[in-house]
Design a protein around this ligand. Structure first.
Ligand code: MLC
Ligand code: AMP
Length: 507
């Protein structure tokens, strides 16, 4: 039925002929949406996009609340041959302006509440059409959808055509758009569905955002491909999740989910009937893994992935899920450990740069051939920026990062981007942004700031100065004003020293 369109076909296959089977149990609206109704709506959305002049390969950018309508937009964009470009709802106007100017989408879909602010930003970037989706499933896109024809002939798309672009920040402070093909997305989700044994009987608690790989491609694509259903929550709330657990079979989350759920009294009882808990996007402390096991009797299955590659490794479904490791390379994924300086392959057991190759790997960075060449080797291996080793039993351990990156509650923050903004503020000479341990978010952003000679700096003015410029999750949880930053003999700021000095600041 969708056979001309590589990814859509694979997202639809499991539910064909099961039109009444439930796909989304929408917590916000209290309604259950069947597979038939969901795909009919996605087709209507594809018609709306085509009517708006969307051509194959055109980008559809979206910064909207997590809703059923946004998922329909994802599938509708794929059906219409477009390239889906979701953006974190926390991004500010200036951040959005960069993405829109870089990706030049034909359509922008936003929250009606942000329409006024975004109109001029979108016009500046040459966006042809702005539509809206609100948190209550209303908006101009749902309105147009309801008036559109229910059937749409999917646009022909081959495995190597682009299905999505997801932006990921970089060490230089400039975000890069990772280009993901139909094949990369489909093959990875198909592999994971089988590896984690998802079937039509599964009910997944879906509390992750859908503007990132984890909530969009891992959680949603797997559910669609298995023909299972999702309890669809707009965001994370521990008590609500506990209420739903007895009706569910599985959950995917970042470590913060597990840390917060462990604070709930009735966790053991609620988790009894669950079959699978998956964690990823940030390191899960072995201590959290062990506590979870002790309380619920379940071993959390930790896996490792990234925007550019989707999922690379996973602990086994059957077999030992080893705390502090990310398991084995997935079927079809090759993983090697190389010398970060020379790129030479290292002997088994040694710590080095993790590199991965497989059908899951992205096609390069949008309009950044030099960046692509730096990180994606000609032989197909992607240099992840993560440091790790493979132990004698084949389990992969991530031991650190070769890239200057902070992961806070599963969101990536590149210090450079924050430092550039802080350094622009009046009275600032220079700054160093670091990640320090944080019980809830794993790591938290801290800024160490040096005032200009003779200037007096109040930490609060730094915090206020960043408002509206950077998304809240990137803003420092603490600002420290110091006389000077530690440097080595080459003059390079010693962030390791700062991280050690402030390791207990927030814990
Ligand atoms: C929210 N805040 C954060 C934050 N999330 N600050 C730092 N880090 C975060 N992750 C800010 C809020 O703006 C607010 O600030 C304050 O912290 C408290 O918010 P909260 O109410 O406690 O946050 P909450 O809404 O509960 O969100 C926390 C969270 C959320 C952990 C549920 O961040 C989340 O859903 N994270 C998942 C991210 C994710 O899906 N990553 C996958 C990336 S894909 P203030 O000052 O305004 O009060 C990827 C590849 C892979 O990495 O392998 O999967
Ligand atoms: P992103 O760019 O948002 O896709 O983030 C990807 C990064 O998250 C990876 O490069 C890793 O540094 C990190 N990551 C993802 N999963 C894990 C995990 N299970 N353990 C440790 N780090 C992880």
């Amino acid at each position: 039925m969708y056979s001309a369109n590589y990814l859509a076909n694979r997202l639809r296959k499991a539910s064909l002929g099961r039109e009444d089977a439930p796909f989304l149990r929408n917590h916000q609206t209290g309604e259950t949406v069947s597979y038939g109704a969901f795909f009919a709506n996605a087709e209507r959305v594809a018609s709306v996009l085509a009517q708006a002049g969307l051509k194959p390969g055109d980008r559809v950018a979206v910064q909207a609340p997590k809703t059923q309508a946004m998922l329909e937009l994802y599938v509708g964009t794929v059906l219409a041959g477009g390239v889906f470009l979701p953006l974190n709802t926390a991004y500010t106007g200036p951040e959005l302006s960069y993405f829109l100017k870089d990706a030049k989408p034909h359509v922008l879909v936003c929250d009606p509440e942000k329409l006024d602010e975004l109109k001029s930003i979108a016009a500046d970037a040459g966006v042809a059409e702005i539509l809206t989706i609100g948190s209550d499933e209303s908006g101009s896109l749902p309105n147009l959808r309801d008036g559109a024809e229910p059937e749409f002939d999917p646009v022909v798309r081959a495995p190597e055509d682009l299905a999505a672009i997801l932006y990921t920040s970089g060490t230089t402070g400039r975000s890069k758009g990772a280009m993901l093909t139909h094949k990369a997305l489909a093959s990875n989700s198909e592999t994971l569905k089988d590896y984690w044994q998802f079937t039509k009987d599964d009910v997944l608690i879906h509390a992750l955002p859908i503007f990132h790989t984890h909530g969009l491609f891992v959680a949603t694509n797997i559910s669609l491909m298995a023909g299972s259903s999702c309890i669809f929550l707009a965001g994370f709330d521990a008590a609500t999740i506990l209420d739903y657990m007895p009706k569910a079979t599985s959950m995917m989350g970042v470590p913060t989910f597990y840390v917060r759920l462990l604070e709930q009294d009735d966790l053991a009882e609620a988790a009894k009937g669950m079959r699978l808990f998956v964690s990823g996007s940030a390191p899960l402390l072995a201590e959290t893994h062990d506590r979870w096991n002790a309380v619920t009797g379940h071993a959390i299955l930790e896996r490792y992935g990234m925007t550019e590659t989707n999922m690379n490794t996973s602990n086994p479904y059957d077999g030992e899920r080893r705390a502090g490791t990310v398991g084995f390379p997935l079927p079809g994924v090759e993983l090697i450990v190389t010398d970060p300086e020379t790129g030479a392959k290292l002997p088994d057991g040694e710590i080095g740069m993790l590199e991965v190759r497989g059908p899951n790997v992205f096609a390069g960075y949008w309009q950044m051939p030099e960046k692509t060449a730096e990180e994606l080797r000609e032989n197909g291996f992607f240099i992840t920026g993560d440091l790790g080793r493979v132990d004698e039993d084949g389990y992969v351990h991530i031991v650190g990062r070769g890239k200057d990156l902070i992961i806070s509650g599963g969101y990536n923050v590149y210090p450079k981007e924050v430092e550039l903004e802080i350094d622009e503020l009046p009275g600032v000479d220079e700054s160093a942004v670091i990640g320090v341990p944080h019980a809830d978010f794993g790591e938290a952003v801290v800024a160490v700031v040096v005032p200009e000679k003779g200037a007096r700096l109040d930490p609060d003015t730094i915090t206020t100065g960043l408002t509206g410029k950077l998304a809240r999750f990137k803003q420092p949880k603490r600002v420290l004003v110091v006389d000077a930053l530690p440097r080595n003999t080459m003059g390079k700021v010693q962030k390791k020293q700062l991280r050690e000095e402030y390791a207990r600041l927030l814990s």
